[in-house]
Each structure stands twice: as structure tokens, then as C-alpha cells.
Design a protein around this ligand. Structure first.
Ligand code: BMA
Length: 844
């Protein structure tokens, strides 16, 4: 009796259904990347090529693999074909007989093909129906279009028909306000045959019923199938010498066996900033008569996560408690890393997650318009200590509610909850993105104007579908399959009240989470961030352009104008360019050329999000989380991201690395007073020295103060006030340089401008760069605003986009890889460094 074996399927080929010749294919992959590899389509990301390859999604595509089975393969009782991801409408044939038909990209498909195969050569044939042709008639069948504001149906040549909502397929494939429309087809995750006899473990869930530093009470829920009753032994062991064994009589068929066990004095898993994200490596082995029959490995961290929504003075809390500690969440919203998902390698995920860690983040939100990410994403979040807010894949649309659709979604939810529930990082399941507030059932004049498009029967049907899906079906799946993780129906939302208090509106900052878009979409000035702080800010954002190097990947020199066709094509938010320009005029002088404009847009974005983050952190513990929109990009484009498609850090990423530090000083000017506040995420009280200097642009110290302060743990504390009365004459020719020192090391530095940047009297700063032990040191002769360093080689600086005051010496470290070095300790010296500052970017 052998153990369960995996048989891989080799040598894939593909073709368009009406064609004859098969071509080599990559699996996992998709039609677009295979066509690109054969030069059938041009690079989809260059120029306006997107529009020329919309034909791909109107065709059917076929994939085939010839595989060999041996005599011993054939001797197994079961040969289960497992398809971990098919995008999307596919018929699967084994040796020309249909074994399966699929309709959901997010599900895992499994079928026993024993009776269809033979010893020797066999054929697996996957026929993909065009997702567009498949769903084209759905709006007619339903009698109306469902709202789906981001679906670029016109670009796809299907007019008004919003088909994205009918397909259980990544919503962003149909276009978004930062993404192109590429409706892919393909085998996007692994395909293999699992060969076994007698008994096979399908899944092991290590349920964490009760975890404290004294004891972790756990339960291994082992899901297995046996072809006949059998006496087995199941052993559970970890990497620390713990082991536990149980003898069990299994019955014929599928069953789940619960094996309780406990680990005393467990080493807990902590999120970034609070401690080590320690992981246990569990091996679960199933034996029959001393022979190993089936085994599984589960790597997980032991921790308790509580989603706390207690009534309090301010309304109702919205925060996460990790191992009993209330944690302020700092992070961003994550979107898929590519329009073509299988191009995303482990290194790409790791670069993103290492960037998040280097930026002192502790949470990423996997947003509902993308995908349930592959295991590697969550493994890395576990390893790096990043908590995950996990949306189900529904966003900014309303969806059908027929039984077939709901059954399909239920299975999708089960598959993904089971796949992800072992990861220590998963902190919250959330039903959808912005649907509760966009529809706004209980407030007639709230929402995005969707309800009014329908008659009362249609309205009722649409809301009923919503209610069933997000208030019944999904929470029920969580209750059954992931008991210990909380569920939140929609982001943003106040509370599930079934009345007008349910929806998040900007008037209600007292409970629930908030997507604050009055700055940007609502065109309010940046100071509006300060007045609109809720209990948890799960979205807010500000666009910028990627750097010139990245723009050159899609545009040629001749396109280098904001309103050129190509630049506009890579700006998917209709008002985007106008908004960038309007805000830029408010705060900055005119950029001197196109390249400077690109960079100034990044400086502007960093300024905007900095002011939001400071407003949120200053209001801790009233506000207990800030996740800006958005971390990454799926192609090179103007967007709200902090790092571009190539993983290059925009000014914003550096700003976040600075503003998400565990202990920060916030300098806030209101009229003639400047208030200094210290926010600390550190779990101990600290003693510090605060030094304040008012320095003129030429380097003269106008005023100096030093105070000794106490910083309470995990709190925001106002510590010092500077009065600006009578000091008006030097205000646009000097800055406030503040330093916070603990045990003789500087934990934070802030250079505060008393006026808007465009009012500053800038002169050539004459920046000096000196090589020092393991890094470089910068100094200047005249105030240098928004110093920006670039190198030819790809790399990251320990700090960038900072102001430099004459007399100050700033040490900078550099790394070529954040995966190797998130703390910039490897001390690489950047070559060919180019240092500029605001003085170089603007016209005078
Ligand atoms: C948020 C997101 C996305 C969108 C972004 C920018 O609300 O949920 O739908 O891309 O705004 O508009």
C-alpha cells in the first residue's frame, strides 16, 4: 500500500478553437500570455495596445496535455484530477469524454477519472468558452443591466452590457479605474492527478480554540476519505519536539475527525512591530499498519485575534486585538499584481510584502475586486507578520441572486475559506467592497444613484440577492468553516442594523469603517482629512504618476504630454489628470517640464497621504486603523499606488515608511499655534528628549527649545505647544526642525513648513553627498525641500523625499533588495546617484 502521490500533467499546447495548429502553452498561464509568447499579440501594456487585443476574449480557446500513466498508477483505487484554478467557463475532457464543466475561476475542481483513463498515453483536453459570448445574453435574460461602474464594457466592444457581475471571475479583469480590460481565459493554477488507495487526507485545519501565552488549545480537524472501513493512526508533530498520536477507526466515505491537543507555553505569533511572527510547522501523518498512507503539512502561527466592536463614549469601537493587545493597524489596500496573474512570481509578492514590512505596516487588505491570492501570498504575510483583511471577491457592483449563482458562490467561499483559514495572518473576512454604501438600501438619497434606475420589483430582487449573499450565505460559511475569524458584511459600513444606521456615510464617523474619498474624488482640500476621522479608515487615496523610467515602458518621447492619447490611456480615472493639476496648483509651484511634473505628482501624493495618516494616528485610540488606497499596481499606470507595477517605490512609499514608524512626532499647525504630539505603538512607556529649532533657509537658528518628555505606551499624547504669535516675518523663510530622541538615538525627525510649499522662498540648496561607512551622508548650504535621490540600478533608500536643513547631516543607506534587507543593514553604497530637490523641479 503506497502513500498518496501527485502525478503532474506535462507538455501543454493551446489553440484558438476554430484553428488547426496547436502551439506550445504554459500552464499555469493564460491565453494572453501564451499569445504574447508566440508574438501573436503585441505587449498589452504598451501604448494603446489594450484596445487592439479585445478580440481575444470573444474567442473560445483549447488546451491539451498528453500524459502517461503506468501500471502502478492504474493499480490505485482512485485517480483524482485536481484543477486548482480554471478561468473560467471550461469543459474538461479525458480521452475525449467529458468529465467536468466549470463556471468559477475561484473554485477548486476535483473529479475521479479512474474510469476514463488507461495505462500508457492519455489526453486531457480543456475547452474554454469565451467568457463574453457565454454571458452576453445574461442581461437580457435578467431583463436589466446590473450596476458595475468599473466594468469597461465599451472598451470591450459590448456596449452597455456589464457582464463582469455574471461571471465568478476576477472583477478587475473587466477594467477598473486604475486597470485595463483584459478578460483572460486559462488554466491559472496547478493541475495534477492525486493517486491513492484506501485512504487519503484531503485537508487539515488547525483550529485555534483558545490561545494565551500559557496554553494553546488546538484542534486538528482532519478531513479524509476512505474506500473501506480502516484502523488508522494519526500523528501530529511540530518542529519543537511536540507530538500527539491517536488511533482511529475510520468509516467508508468522507468524514472529518477532530483531534484536540494543546501546547503549553506556546511561542505566540506577533504582527510586525510587536514581536516575532513565530511559526509552528505541523506535520500530520496518517498510518495504517505502520505504513504512511497520507500526510499533510500546516505551517501556522499561534495567536488569538479579536475583532472588538464595543460600545464606548465615542460610539462603537472597531479594532483588532492580537494576543490581548489592541493594535493600531497601519497598511494599505492590495490589488492583484498583474493583469495576467500567473506572471506574478513569489519574488514579486515577497518584494511587495517586504516593502510593507520595511514601511512598518502590519496589515494589508486584499480588496474584493481582485482575487483570493495564492497560498504564497498568505505564507509570506505569516512570515513577515502582516495581518490580512480579506474581502470576498465582490466590488462596486450588484450581483445576481438566482439559486445557481448563490450555490456557485457558496462553494467558492467554502473552497477559499478552507484554503486560507490555517494562516495566522487572516484577521477578518469581509463580504464585499463598497456595495452596502453604493446601493444604500435604507437611505433613499444616499448611495451612488443605483437604486433609482430600477422599478420596485427589480429593486427588491437586487437587494434580496444582496441580503442573501452577504447577510446569510457568507457569514454562515464563516461560522461553519472558520469559527474563530470575524466576518464584516461590507467595507465600509457602520453596523448591520437593517435600517438607516447601517450604511457608512461621512456624517457617521462614530462606528464601523470608513472609505474617505472627499479628498480626491470629492475635491476637498487636504485639510479635510483632519476633520473626517472615523474608527477605522479602511480606504482613502490620492493619485500620482509613476516615475519617468516606468512611463517610458508604455509611452515614447513623443507621447510625453499629459493629454497625449497614450498618457490618457494609462490614466483610467476620468477626472484624474484634472485633479492632480488642481491640487498641484493649490500647494506647489509649476513644474518646469514633463519629467518634473511626473515627480511633483508623487511629492503631492505623499503630502496628501501623510496628512491623512497623521490625522488618523493622532486620533488613536478613537481611530484604530489606517489603510490607504492602494499599495501596488497591475500594470504601469497613473494610480493611487505607493509602488508602481515594477515595484519601484514612489515618494509615497518612503513617506509611509517614515509616518508608520512605531513612535512618531506629529507637528500640527493650527492658526498661530504649533502642537507637537507623539504617537506610540510601542507596548512600553518611554522617556524621550524633544528638541525644537526654528531654522532659517540659510541655516540660522532663530529659536531653540528642548524638553524631556514621557511617552505613554500605545497612545497618542499631546506634548508641547509652540506659539507663533509675533513670528510672522520669517515664516516663509524658515522651518521648524524637531527631533525626538530616546536613549541617544533619534526615533523621529520632522521638518515642518509654516506655509504651503509654494510660498517657500527657495534658493539653490547646493546639496553635498559624501560617502560614509556603509552609506552616504547628505548636507546642504540652503534649505532643500523634498530631496529626491535616484540611481540607475534598481534599489531602495532608507529614506527619501525628505527636507534637509543647513547644518543637518543626514545618513542614508541603500539596498538593492528589500527581500534580503528590510532594515537597510547590508550597507550597500549606491552607484551613479543623482540627488535633486524641489529647486530642480519647479519654475521660478
Ligand atoms: C476605492 C476602491 C476602488 C477604486 C478606488 C479608487 O473605493 O474600492 O474601487 O479603485 O476607490 O477610485
Amino acid at each position: 500500500m503506497s502513500t498518496v502521490r501527485k502525478i503532474l500533467l506535462p507538455n501543454w499546447q493551446f489553440k484558438e478553437a476554430s484553428e488547426r495548429t496547436w502551439k506550445e502553452a504554459t500552464v499555469p498561464g493564460c491565453v494572453h500570455t501564451d499569445l504574447l509568447a508566440h508574438n501573436v499579440i503585441p505587449d498589452p501594456f504598451v501604448g494603446k495596445n489594450e484596445l487592439d487585443i479585445q478580440w481575444v476574449d470573444k474567442k473560445d480557446w483549447e488546451y491539451v496535455s498528453y500524459f502517461t500513466l503506468t501500471e502502478s498508477d492504474m493499480a490505485e483505487e482512485r485517480l483524482e484530477l485536481i484543477l486548482e484554478g480554471l478561468d473560467t467557463y471550461a469543459d474538461i475532457y479525458v480521452n475525449s469524454k467529458q468529465v467536468l464543466s466549470t463556471d468559477n475561476m475561484f473554485r477548486i475542481w476535483k473529479v475521479d477519472i479512474k474510469s476514463y483513463v488507461q495505462e500508457g498515453e492519455n489526453m486531457l483536453h480543456v475547452y474554454f468558452h469565451s467568457p463574453i459570448a457565454h454571458d452576453l445574453n445574461k442581461p437580457n435574460e435578467l431583463g436589466y443591466n446590473l450596476p458595475a461602474d468599473n466594468d469597461h464594457s465599451e472598451d470591450g466592444g459590448v456596449g452597455e452590457k456589464k457582464l463582469s457581475v455574471f461571471a465568478r471571475k476576477a472583477p478587475y479583469h473587466y477594467g477598473w479605474d486604475w486597470g485595463p480590460r483584459f478578460v483572460t481565459s486559462g488554466i491559472w493554477r496547478n493541475v495534477y492527478i492525486e493517486a491513492w488507495s484506501h485512504v487519503c487526507m484531503q485537508d487539515v485545519f488547525i483550529e485555534q480554540s483558545h490561545v494565551t501565552k500559557e496554553i494553546a488549545k488546538l484542534k486538528a480537524n482532519v478531513e479524509l476519505e476512505a474506500s473501506a472501513p480502516l484502523a488508522v493512526t494519526i500523528s501530529i508533530a511540530d518542529n519543537n519536539g511536540f507530538s500527539h498520536e491517536e488511533r482511529i477507526q475510520v468509516k467508508k466515505g468522507k468524514q472529518t475527525i477532530a483531534i484536540p491537543f494543546s501546547i503549553s507555553k506556546p511561542q505566540l505569533w506577533w504582527s510586525n512591530g510587536l514581536g516575532e511572527p513565530y511559526l509552528y510547522h505541523f506535520s500530520i501523518d496518517l498510518f495504517h499498519n505502520e505504513t504512511l498512507k497520507s500526510s499533510k503539512k500546516v505551517k501556522t502561527g499561534l495567536r488569538s485575534i479579536r475583532f472588538v466592536r464595543d460600545h464606548d463614549q465615542g460610539g462603537q469601537s472597531f479594532h483588532f486585538e492580537l494576543n490581548g493587545v489592541p493594535v493600531f493597524m497601519k497598511g494599505a489596500n492590495h490589488i492583484p499584481n498583474d493583469s495576467f496573474l500567473t506572471r506574478v512570481e513569489k519574488e514579486d509578492y515577497e518584494h511587495e510584502i517586504a516593502s510593507a514590512k520595511a514601511s512598518h505596516m502590519n496589515m494589508l487588505r486584499v480588496w474584493g475586486g481582485g482575487i483570493y491570492e495564492p497560498n504564497v501570498f498568505y505564507e509570506l504575510c505569516d512570515e513577515y507578520g502582516l495581518l490580512v483583511w480579506q474581502d470576498f471577491m465582490f466590488a462596486c457592483s450588484m450581483y445576481p441572486g438566482d439559486k445557481a449563482f448563490l450555490d456557485n458562490v457558496e462553494q467558492e467561499a467554502i473552497d477559499n475559506v478552507k484554503r486560507l483559514r490555517n494562516y495566522a495572518c487572516v484577521a477578518l473576512w469581509c463580504g464585499n467592497n463598497e456595495m452596502d454604501s453604493a446601493w444604500a438600501e435604507y437611505v433613499e438619497d444616499a448611495g451612488w444613484g443605483w437604486k433609482q434606475r430600477y422599478n420596485s420589483a427589480q429593486r427588491k430582487a437586487i437587494w434580496q440577492a444582496y441580503d442573501q449573499l452577504f447577510h446569510q450565505l457568507l457569514p454562515e460559511v464563516i461560522r461553519k468553516y472558520d469559527t474563530n475569524t470575524a466576518y464584516w458584511p461590507s467595507s465600509p459600513m457602520q453596523d448591520l442594523t437593517f435600517n438607516q444606521d447601517q450604511h457608512a456615510t461621512f456624517a457617521s464617523l462614530k462606528k464601523g469603517d470608513i472609505h474617505y474619498w472627499d479628498v480626491w474624488h470629492g475635491q476637498k482640500p487636504l485639510k479635510a482629512y483632519k476633520a473626517n476621522v472615523g474608527r477605522f479608515m479602511s480606504e482613502y487615496g490620492f493619485q500620482s504618476f509613476p516615475e519617468e523610467r516606468t512611463v517610458r515602458k508604455y509611452a515614447e518621447e513623443k507621447d510625453f504630454a499629459l493629454e497625449s492619447d497614450v498618457m490618457l490611456h494609462h490614466q483610467k480615472n476620468g477626472s484624474g489628470n484634472r485633479l492632480i493639476q488642481t491640487y498641484m496648483d493649490m500647494y506647489y509651484k509649476e513644474p518646469k517640464d514633463f519629467a518634473s511634473f511626473l515627480h511633483l505628482s508623487q511629492i503631492l501624493q505623499a503630502k496628501a497621504i501623510r496628512s491623512a495618516v497623521e490625522a488618523h494616528r493622532i486620533h488613536m485610540p478613537y481611530c484604530m486603523g489606517t489603510l490607504y488606497w492602494q499599495m501596488n499596481d497591475c500594470w504601469p499606470v497613473a494610480s493611487w499606488s505607493s509602488m508602481d507595477y515594477y515595484g519601484r517605490w514612489k515618494s509615497l512609499q518612503y513617506e509611509m515608511k517614515d509616518r508608520f514608524k512605531p513612535t512618531i512626532l506629529i507637528v500640527d499647525q493650527q492658526a498661530e499655534q504649533v502642537m507637537c504630539t507623539v504617537v506610540s505603538d510601542v507596548q512600553q512607556d518611554q522617556l524621550a528628549n524633544l528638541t525644537l529649532q526654528i531654522v532659517s533657509c540659510e541655516g540660522q537658528i532663530v529659536l531653540e527649545e528642548a524638553v524631556r518628555i514621557e511617552i505613554p505606551k500605545n497612545a497618542s499624547t499631546k506634548i508641547h505647544l509652540v506659539d507663533l504669535k509675533d513670528k510672522k516675518d520669517w515664516i516663509n523663510n524658515s522651518v521648524l526642525a524637531a527631533k525626538l530622541e530616546i536613549d541617544e538615538s533619534i526615533v523621529d525627525e520632522v521638518t515642518h513648513l509654516f506655509v504651503e510649499p509654494k510660498q517657500m522662498q527657495l534658493q539653490d540648496p547646493n546639496i553635498h553627498v559624501e560617502v560614509i561607512e556603509g552609506g552616504i551622508e547628505l548636507s546642504c548650504d540652503h534649505f532643500a525641500m523634498n530631496v529626491w535621490m535616484e540611481t540607475k540600478e534598481e534599489g531602495y533608500f532608507s529614506s527619501n523625499n525628505f527636507h534637509l536643513v543647513p547644518g543637518e547631516r543626514k545618513q542614508i543607506y541603500f539596498t538593492e533588495s528589500l527581500i534580503q534587507d528590510q532594515r537597510f543593514e547590508n550597507k550597500q553604497i549606491p552607484r551613479n546617484i543623482n540627488v535633486q530637490s524641489m529647486y530642480n523641479f519647479i519654475t521660478f
